[in-house]
Write a protein that binds this ligand. Sequence first.
Ligand SMILES: NC(=O)C1=CN([C@@H]2O[C@H](COP(=O)(O)OP(=O)(O)OC[C@H]3O[C@@H](n4cnc5c(N)ncnc54)[C@H](OP(=O)(O)O)[C@@H]3O)[C@@H](O)[C@H]2O)C=CC1
Ligand SMILES: O=C1CO[C@H](CO)[C@@H](O)[C@@H]1O
Length: 376
Amino acid sequence: MTTSSSGAVGVGIIGAGNISDQYLTHLSSFPDVRVIAIGDLLEDRAKAQAEKYGVPHAGGIELVLNDPDVDIIVNLTIPAVHVEVSLAIIAAGKHVWTEKPIGIDREESQRLLTAADAAGLRVGVAPDTVLGPGVQTAKRAIARGDIGRPLFASTSFQWQGPEIFHPNPAFLYAKGGGPLLDMGPYYVSALVHVFGPVASVAALGLQGSPTRKVQVGELAGQEFPVEIPSTLSVLTEFERGGQAQSLYSTDSPLKRHGIVEVNGTEGTIVIPDPNYFGGSITITRPLTDVSVREQEIIQVPQEGVLTGRGLGLLDMARSIRDGRPHIATGEFGYHVLDTLLSIEEAAATHSFVTVESTLGEVGSLPADFDPLAATL
Ligand SMILES: NC(=O)C1=CN([C@@H]2O[C@H](COP(=O)(O)OP(=O)(O)OC[C@H]3O[C@@H](n4cnc5c(N)ncnc54)[C@H](OP(=O)(O)O)[C@@H]3O)[C@@H](O)[C@H]2O)C=CC1
Ligand SMILES: O=C1CO[C@H](CO)[C@@H](O)[C@@H]1O
């Protein structure tokens, strides 16, 4: 349970891998949180990150779980152990912020939500990129009616795959990974912010190659198995109306990703890449004078302070202190996972699959939310 009631909220991190640099960079710049401890199975890895970012305590995982000044623990482990590590965090009496996806199956993810509820602790789930000024400004514009009634979205994520930058990419092609489970959380979360919960999905999938090779780092040249479909074409229907067509592929030499376009009765809005916190937002309106074929592209000014990973945890930390709900809840993360697993099932069975979970209103971050202000 939380220990402090004023001042910065104490944060611990479990997992000192690739993405920990981004979290440490941004969390260190938010005055309302303080990273107190970092742990990893490889203690030296945690110690190196602690030294780089001035974190006072570093060592193994238990060190973070047992730190009395830590209120929230960030779970930056691989997806296959997300729930195991998150359950240990709850058992230690701390709130969890976990990287995506919340877990790799429904049953274990529900177990986490039940345990957190029983303990009166919170679960927050990445991605928090969709809380950034990019997606949130676009969401506000759509809610204002700037494109009329939203009808359908197109999203696209295609490239040759994360092994070109990640030194240990096997988990990104294992169960719980792939373009769908690894990158789908960004696109599905953005769509759910705009359209609300998903009702049903249909999909086709394929696997470009049964094995892949590490391209960079010490393991370069090592072959690893591909356990998931590496290309999926998806149709999505939303509960409150609206549809989407989405492509997820790591089988394409042509890099074209970060595409999220929402078409409405009065315009099309282009939303920035949901893997990032901000970017260009534009609206294109129907031609009124059909003799002029040049379409005007209207730039929508991005509102809010641009930061990075850790923003959702900050919203959760402030919400805990204020006694209000945070935005990136465990239930939201569960609905996203449920949707992604339903897509996998739809591809495997060549059918439409009903998404069983649902959500109430999805909260928005106010335009004046300032991560860099000290408010606690
Ligand atoms: N890399 C990226 O660009 C991004 C990654 N993410 C997400 O962040 C998470 C971590 O990814 P990333 O940092 O890239 O991965 P890394 O492989 O770099 O790091 C994974 C971490 O998980 C730890 N780990 C592995 N197995 C276990 C276990 N059984 N128990 C406890 N810890 C374990 C590793 O420990 P050890 O040091 O001992 O190997 C390491 O600290 C994933 O959920 C990913 O989806 C999110 C956004 C971007
Ligand atoms: O979440 C993520 C963000 O983007 C990367 C690719 O560019 C992914 O591989 C990673 O897991």
